[in-house]
Design a protein around this ligand. Structure first.
Ligand SMILES: C[S@@+](CC[C@H](N)C(=O)[O-])C[C@H]1O[C@@H](n2cnc3c(N)ncnc32)[C@H](O)[C@@H]1O
Ligand code: SF4
Length: 370
């Protein structure tokens, strides 16, 4: 297997409070944040990955959460400084920022630290929805955060937005999208709200719009974004020209990445095998031994399914050569199944890509390869 590109994900596991729909590894912050302790742990964690970094460079970094923007620009500068010798010439370095936390820090500081892409978690522009989602920010915080970031010099900016919210109408969903577009981000991640097991919303489900309304929202939302120059390149990702998220593209093309921080996941390929790594989820346990990594080799029979689960999310898909390059398997391994899904109208006959119908029924499509 020939694998070159490498990404790094660093997880920041604390939030001001836990949102009722969220199943990410996030923990309500009780007491004050010990930035130093966590930064030291990340440095130790990173140090333990030196064997992976040998002969390879990191092209994208994602500082995700949780709420990374609870950490100061100085903290981010320390982490990025520790990474510098491993980075390519023009790395993409993204940080997630929650409106409602950023007023404490100046965006110019994050930019100076080396962050060059921001992802702002707006979620909705409707005050009642923000409340139902348990968010700590109000609508004004969103536009203030985006304007401050743009003024500070961030020219690569994503807005996270959700649709299919409680009792949401088509007009309301499109209204949210239009407000996001009006702020002029280069990228919009537009996610359908999903009810994740073991969350507060799973215990007490909100009244969601029916499937037909959701389907209409999707089509109308896609049109609206297209009219404003946002190209849909993945199920939920829309970008202006040149602003596709390189970090996520690496995931979707089954590239390698190191995961550091509490609960972070990684995926690495050696000559013969693909190994998934993860770190202890509880910050307390992670801090006790940041080098502790749980490794799980992917059964070669499962690699095809994992590859397809990622690659088929991309609207344009990937070349067949990419399949061999990333999985080490010949195309003939999947040729029969591929022909079957193409006959069903779910995949393109000569490229690893889902059709419009396949994208609409992605879970069913991927099942064929699992
Ligand atoms: C890592 S999360 C959180 C980032 C940041 N802490 C925030 O909440 O603004 C990234 C994005 O996933 C989306 N998301 C989280 N939970 C979701 C759910 N249950 N359904 C759909 N989208 C979800 C939200 O849009 C969120 O901004
Ligand atoms: S702020 Fe983001 S990561 Fe934290 S609980 Fe809410 S959705 Fe999850």
């Amino acid at each position: 297997m020939l694998v070159s590109s490498l990404s790094l994900y660093a997880h920041f596991p604390w939030c001001v409070k836990k949102c009722p729909y969220c199943d990410f590894n996030s923990h309500p912050l009780t007491g004050s944040l010990d930035e130093n302790a966590y930064l030291e742990a990340l440095a130790v964690d990173l140090g333990a990955t030196s064997h992976v970094l040998e002969g390879r460079q990191i092209d994208t970094v994602f500082l995700g959460g949780g709420t990374p923007s609870l950490f100061s620009p100085d903290a981010m500068a320390r982490l990025i400084e520790a990474l510098t010798m491993h980075l390519t010439n023009a790395p993409e370095i993204t940080m997630e920022a929650n409106p409602g936390t950023t007023e404490h820090h100046d965006f110019a500081g994050y930019l100076a630290a080396g962050v060059n892409r921001l992802s702002i978690g707006a979620q909705s522009f409707d005050p009642a929805q923000l409340k139902r989602l348990g968010r700590i920010h109000d609508v004004g915080d969103i536009s203030r955060a985006v304007s401050a970031a743009q003024l500070a010099g961030f020219d690569n900016l994503n807005i996270d937005l959700m649709y299919g919210l409680s009792d949401q109408t088509l007009e309301a969903a499109l209204g949210d999208l239009q407000r996001a577009i009006d702020l002029g981000p280069t990228h919009i991640s537009w996610y359908q709200l999903t009810i994740e097991p073991k969350t507060e919303f799973a215990r007490r489900p909100p009244p969601l719009p029916d499937e037909a309304t959701i389907a209409t929202m999707e089509l109308a939302g896609r049109d609206l974004m297209a009219q404003h120059g946002y190209d849909r390149y993945e199920i939920s990702a829309y970008a202006r020209t040149g602003a596709r998220c390189r970090h996520n593209l690496n995931y979707w093309t089954f590239g390698d990445y190191i995961g550091i921080g509490a609960g972070a996941h990684g995926k690495l390929t050696n000559a013969h095998q693909v190994v998934r790594t993860h770190k202890p989820r509880q910050p307390r346990l992670y801090l006790r031994d940041p080098t502790h990594t749980i490794e799980q080799y992917i059964d070669p029979n499962a690699i095809v399914g994992e590859f397809m689960m990622n690659a088929l999310r991309l609207v344009d898909g990937v070349d067949r050569e990419e399949f061999q390059r990333r999985t080490g398997l010949a195309w003939s391994t999947v040729a029969t199944t591929w022909a079957l899904t193409s006959d069903l109208g779910l995949t393109e006959p000569d490229r690893i890509a889902a059709t419009a119908l396949g994208l609409q029924h992605l879970d069913t499509l991927v099942q064929h390869f699992l």
